[in-house]
Design a protein. Structure first.
Length: 93
């Protein structure tokens, strides 16, 4: 599971049948302080996230299929499973 920030909607007129009815979003992985890290990923939205939302993303097929409630959707690997309200970081002094 990773933290990410939704940076774009992805629209496709043609897509695999497993993706029909699912919103696709581009997510930029971030660290706990909100700094970008790594490459952006494409994820199926399982929680009605939108651009600017900080989200939890699963990048494993079984978990992603569970989020979209379709165990037969074997082509789905990455899904947004939560919207983050806040991140509390304990500062060491």
């Amino acid at each position: 599971m990773m933290l990410g920030k939704v940076v774009a909607n992805v629209v496709s007129t043609e897509k695999h049948p497993h993706y029909l009815g699912h919103k696709l979003l581009m997510v930029q992985p971030i660290d706990a302080k909100g700094e970008y890290k790594g490459k952006s990923i494409l994820a199926v939205d399982g929680v009605q996230a939108g651009i600017g939302d900080i989200v939890l993303v699963v990048d494993e097929g079984g978990s992603a299929r569970n989020v979209v409630e379709d165990e037969d959707a074997v082509t789905i690997r990455t899904a947004i499973c939560g919207i983050v309200d806040r991140i509390d970081i304990e500062e060491n002094t």
